[in-house]
Design a protein around this ligand. Structure first.
Ligand code: ADP
Ligand code: ASP
Ligand code: MG
Length: 814
């Protein structure tokens, strides 16, 4: 004997049922087979909706009735030859009339009991099994229809009835003995109590019906035919990268389904496991796929984890109090109280101090649980030995499952650090004593992100995915996008890193695509994007709640710099070439650094000083390895270096500044460079990174710019510089006369920072500094006589973009 179960999606409509018939023709040939079917996909929900509406006195239950009838009639018409349709059509109509009669009764009484609900939903499986039996008949595959309600006997717990196996097994084996047939067909899900009243086995219960038939007939195999090609490493609706598990033990399958893997209804495994019957999960729509086999023995695999599952809508109940310590029977009373209301406990944790006990239950029972437990502990609550029950809603459970877990160390470490890195707060933790699962209670809103990140860590070690949101697509931003596009494949192949640009924004619009923005047409996409400001963009980024999210600020905008804290607080890494945040008031800079530590994420801004030169990272490395910075001397303005290197007698100072701007070396407002303010910001950032508290006012700046040049617009600025050409010539002539070059130098010595134009003699390290290059000299404990020197291009969109890109890649390292 073999038992084949076809789920709701497999029998959802005529086209799908045809696929089922094809599978059956092949599978049932020459082999005794019991086929168990669900209701047509979605019908159980419709029946429940319909009866609920009727009980609420809402007349539109009628339209659902029509939909239910139409779906069945349509299926019959498409499957049965026209001449043979009439008896089945009238059967469908009679059944639908009965449903209508019951619903009318519910509507009049405005009352709907669990018993009536079971009666109503039972029509779903009755109709589907009768229709499929008729189709098989029409296809010359006569099947004997079994009334599951006469064979599977349960108690009267309507909605989730308990099976009496002694009676049911006996009924089934006797029936099969008395009614020899090559092919049987039975409705799943439905049963009856000892008085013949309809009951059901719980939502998804057709799997269970099939397992009951398989166990009672000592079948060789139970096959669950559904719409996925097997049990997967995670719910494929949440994790696109989930993959099929070729084989899995009964216990693992039970744990995964207990914690939410819908592909198999949890009680299904028990009856077949007791008999050692293998269970196959197969795909009706891809019948050649291998599927998953669930059995006792599983070949040793290398992965310590078999799968991940999750359940949402969990409430966490916490009972706490000094009165609980050392007194036996507390937990017993708690569980008895829950059991008295048939509330299923999904997870239990108890702190080792015995001071509190925590249980996870279905959220819909939270109200009842609160009432019953506070009643049960009424006396202790009154004398303040126990606190009233605490209930937290909107939670979810995520579970890691694997038989081989107990032989591996470090699994929980990996699990929780992955969650931590992505800002997923863990409310409670439990590990089954069998060490076959580790579970964490988290916020419902985090389930998708958490499952994906944990899946990535345990199953996709090869590939780490970064969700990059970029703000600013100007000079640097567009270069950055170009570099990413060019490098994506390399990073994937060589670093197993998938840098996905998930969002882009300019000051007016944004475009977000979770599947990754097509970088060949980002301009058009952004153009057609939503009109919104940075706050909206940040809200979207936070709400998307994607794993490994990085925000790259390639603007020079203050408003953008002010959103970093909101991102870091969600464990979203921030990479900035925008200097505003790090050079704003010290408290904000400090806050951002602290948030990054607190929320286990990164705040990187290497390009704030010297574009992509490794200045900040070197400084950080020196300090981390125990060195102390004594002094720093630097040329930090690519613009000013370019200007003074190119300013000679051949053209005016203003025209050289203009050239620097045209070539993209200056800040959007070049006065920031010329005033020395930009250099002040940079030396301040270095001093801060060296561990000192410093503000802009603490830096002395002897500006070489005439006051008058700094007034008005950028245009006025150029005109005024032309007018002051003689001033600039004088500065240049003096330098030439002294045999020196002009460099705008930033320094930090004896706790003082200063910036200003200096005469640089030929023997100085700065003399041979060409073009727009930057240079930094670090004098430290270890570099006493000769400084540590970092020198190279310190401005330009390309190098800045590459520095931002490198920081983005750095965020992906743990
Ligand atoms: P049926 O109607 O055939 O009983 P279900 O909808 O009850 O099918 O179960 C199949 C669905 O279970 C799949 O479509 C899939 O979305 C979901 N699912 C959840 N977790 C898993 C998992 N770990 N492996 C496979 N499918 C899963
Ligand atoms: N039709 C029932 C449900 O939707 C049982 C099943 O499909 O397994 O829950
Ligand atoms: Mg199912």
């Amino acid at each position: 004997m073999q038992v084949l179960k076809f789920g709701g999606s497999s029998v959802a409509n005529a086209a799908n049922i045809k696929k089922v018939i094809t599978v059956l023709k092949e599978k049932a040939a020459g082999k005794k087979t019991i086929v168990v079917v669900s209701a047509l996909g979605g019908i159980t929900d419709l029946l429940l909706n319909c009866s609920n509406l009727a009980s609420e006195g809402q007349e539109n239950y009628q339209s659902i009735l029509i939909e239910i009838e139409q779906r069945h009639l349509q299926t019959v018409r498409e499957l049965i030859p026209i001449n043979n349709q009439s008896s089945l059509l009238s059967f469908v109509k009679t059944q639908c009339n009965e449903i209508e009669d019951i619903c009318n009764g519910i509507f009049l009484l405005k009352e709907l009991s669990a018993r009536t609900k079971d009666r109503i939903v039972s029509y779903g499986e009755l109709l589907s099994s009768k229709i499929i039996a008729a189709v098989l008949m029409a296809e010359n595959q006569p099947a004997l229809w079994i009334d599951s309600r006469e064979l599977i006997i349960t108690n009267a717990d309507f909605g989730n009835a308990l099976v009496n196996f002694t009676i049911s097994n006996n009924n089934i084996s006797q029936f099969i003995q008395k009614n020899e047939a090559p092919l049987y067909i039975a409705p799943g899900f439905i049963a009856a109590n000892g008085y013949g009243i309809h009951t059901t086995l719980g939502r998804g219960g057709s799997d269970y019906t099939a397992a009951i038939f398989a166990a009672a007939t000592n079948a060789d195999v139970l096959e669950i035919w559904t719409d996925v090609s097997g049990m997967m490493t995670a719910d494929p609706r949440l994790v696109p990268n989930a993959r099929i598990i070729p084989q899995i033990s009964y216990q693992e399958a039970m744990e995964l389904s207990h914690f939410g893997a819908k592909v198999i209804y949890p009680p299904t495994i028990q009856p077949v496991m007791n008999k050692g019957i293998p269970v196959w999960i197969k795909n009706t729509f891809a019948s050649a796929d291998n599927g998953t086999v669930i059995q006792q023995q599983v070949t040793e695999g290398s992965n310590s984890i078999t799968g991940i599952s999750s359940i949402s809508n969990i409430a966490l109940l916490s009972l706490e109090g000094s009165g609980m310590v050392g007194i036996p029977g507390f937990s017993k009373r708690l569980f008895e109280a829950l059991a008295s209301k048939k509330i299923n406990v999904i997870l239990i944790t108890q702190s080792s101090s015995e001071h509190s006990i925590c249980v996870g239950i279905d959220e819909k029972n939270a109200g009842t649980a609160k009432q019953i437990i506070d009643e049960a502990f009424g006396y202790e609550i009154e004398i303040k030995k126990v606190e009233p029950l605490m209930v937290e809603n909107n939670l979810a459970i995520i579970a890691l499952v694997g038989d081989r877990m107990k032989n591996h160390t470090g699994i929980s470490g990996k699990f929780f650090s992955a969650l931590g890195r992505n800002g997923v707060n863990v409310r409670a933790i439990a590990q089954g004593s069998s060490e076959r699962n580790i579970t964490a209670v988290i916020n419902s809103a985090d389930v998708k992100k958490a499952t994906n990140i944990v899946h990535e860590v345990f199953f996709e070690k090869e590939i780490k995915e970064v969700n990059l949101f970029i703000a600013g697509v100007g000079n640097v931003g567009s270069k950055l996008l170009g570099q990413i596009k060019k490098q994506q494949e390399y990073l994937l192949q060589n670093m197993s890193l998938k840098v996905k640009v998930t969002g882009i924004a300019n000051s007016k619009k944004y475009w977000v695509d979770e599947d990754g923005i097509d970088l060949n047409q980002w301009q058009q996409l952004l153009e057609s994007g939503k009109t919104a400001g940075i706050e909206d963009y940040v809200a979207i980024i936070r709400n998307k709640n994607l794993r490994n999210t990085v925000f790259a600020d390639v603007t020079a905008n203050e408003v953008v710099a002010n959103v970093y804290d909101k991102l870091l607080q969600k464990s979203i890494a921030v990479v900035a070439c925008n200097k505003v945040a790090c050079s704003s008031g010290y408290p904000y800079y400090k806050k951002l650094k602290e948030l990054a530590t607190e929320f286990n994420t990164k705040f990187l801004f290497e390009t704030n000083v010297g574009a992509s030169l490794p200045i900040i990272s070197t400084l950080n490395d020196l300090l981390r390895s125990g060195d102390t910075i004594h002094s720093m001397e630097a040329v930090l303005s690519g613009t000013l270096n370019f200007v003074f290197n190119n300013y000679d007698c051949s053209s005016s100072f203003a025209s050289v500044v203009k050239q620097a701007q045209d070539e993209g070396y200056t800040e959007p407002d070049p006065r920031l460079d010329l005033s020395g303010k930009d250099v002040m910001r940079k030396i301040m950032i270095l001093v801060r990174e060296a561990g000192h508290v410093i503000e802009m006012d603490d830096i002395s700046n002897s500006s070489f710019m005439p006051e008058a040049c700094m007034q008005g617009t950028v245009e006025d600025f150029y005109q005024s510089m032309e007018a002051h050409e003689s001033h600039f010539r004088k500065i240049l002539d003096e330098a030439i006369a002294a045999g020196c070059k002009l460099k705008f130098v930033a320094s930090y010595k004896n706790g003082k920072a200063a910036v200003g134009l200096q005469h640089i003699a030929p023997q100085h390290d700065f003399y041979h500094l060409y073009g727009k290059d930057n240079i930094v000299l670090f004098y430290t404990d270890r570099y006493i006589q000769q400084p540590l020197v970092i020198k190279g291009a310190g401005a330009g969109a390309d190098v800045t973009a590459s520095g931002v890109f490198a920081d983005v890649i750095r965020t992906s390292k743990a």
